[in-house]
Design a protein around this ligand. Sequence first.
Ligand code: GDP
Ligand code: MN
Length: 376
Amino acid sequence: MRLLEHVAKDILRRHGIRVPEGRVATSPEEAAEFARRHGRVVLKAQVPVGGRGLAGGVLFANSPDEAAALLARILGTRIRGYAVRKVLVEEAIQVAREFYISLTVDRSERSYLFLASDMGGVEIEELARRHPERILKIRVDPFEGYRRHVGRRIAKFLGLARDSWEAVDSIASAMYRIMLDVGAELVEVNPLALAADGSLVALDAKILVDDNSLPRDSELAKASREAYSEAELEAMDAGFSYVELEGDVGIVGNGAGLTMATLDLVKAYGGEPADFLDIGGGASSERVERAVRLLLANPRVKAILINIFGGITRCDEVARGIARALEGGARKPIVVRMVGTNEEEGRKLLESAGIAAFRDAEEAARRVVEIVRGGL
Ligand code: GDP
Ligand code: MN
């Protein structure tokens, strides 16, 4: 589970890492009121994706009026596909330098791994591609725990003067404690800023919590739901794996591998997937109906491709689910590829509902892309 920035920053603050003073605002008045007390402020759209800076989700305001106006402007818009429902308003920090620092789990080495770079603000994937030599990696053996030399090595690598070593050490050790306290898979501060006054401030924070550790913290489990759209929450509650993407071809599959392959096929034929939706094995007609309704309700989806390999999943059950989803009245073109258990029966059911079923996945993918592209 991911957390929104403001939730992640609360966790950092509780563990002694300095973050800018701020508040969550949902109205222009709240933003103006905060700006009156703090002067120049930053407004940050609370959406669960990075790259907000470039997408217009991080704005600076020099006066309370400007803060109010900017808040009114970004509230309700979409940043990289996510509706902005909350904005974090923070004191603007005077930044001298920006760093990257993160702690993650290195499964293959059975250890934790710190990454640090003096090129903060850039996404780590891009950094790793373009400047791997600018990334420091330090493993921490979970049986030994955090050791002070880690912070010192990071500080030296970042080129910080000796009087900042202590501060880097306390940030790194706090990140390690957060990792264990919330059961995180990732704790990332990007950028960590060296402020003009010489202090180190976490300007952005990203925490991914291991789903398996959510039951131990109901507050956190509740807070993490904020980072998901309505549809994603519904999918989660249904037990589907669902990820919204930026295209217009809705995709449903049974099994993660098959669903992935379906996305690839649609891409290969020139289409853009609108989602990844895996309904899992042995899906009942109710679950299929729920999945299809989810995509029918998504305004971005222009047509739906359903790819089913019937093993324990029965094609007739799937067909019944699809037909029932359409009884609600909402209609979008649906293309089905279906093979396996009770295939003939499933096909007949679909035909009587006016939906063509393919046996070949490539044909089905080509067809759905034709429909979306050509409006056929
Ligand atoms: P992201 O683009 O979604 O990762 O959002 P960030 O929170 O990292 O913000 C993007 C960029 O805005 C950062 O890399 C900083 O350069 C800048 N930024 C954010 N907050 C402040 C601030 O308080 N002061 C200054 N000077 N820059 C900031
Ligand atoms: Mn960032």
